[in-house]
Unconditional design. Sequence first.
Length: 71
Amino acid sequence: MKIPTVNLRSKMRSAGAIFIFIAILSALVLSTGCAQVTQQQNNLTNGTPEAVHDGFKVVSSPFFTAEIPLA
C-alpha cells in the first residue's frame, strides 16, 4: 500500500498567495474608508456639507441630510 505524499511547497505558495490577496484587499478597503471619513470631517468643520454628486445641492437639518437636484 502506497502512502500519498503532500507537496508542502505548493500548499505554502497557495497560502502565501491568499495572504497577499487579503492584505491588498484590506489596504484598498481601509484607504476608501479613510477618504470617506476625511470628507465627513471636512463637512463637519466647515459647517456646510457639500454635495457628492454634480448638479445637486445639500439640504440638511439636525436630523437628516439629503441631496436634491439644483432647480
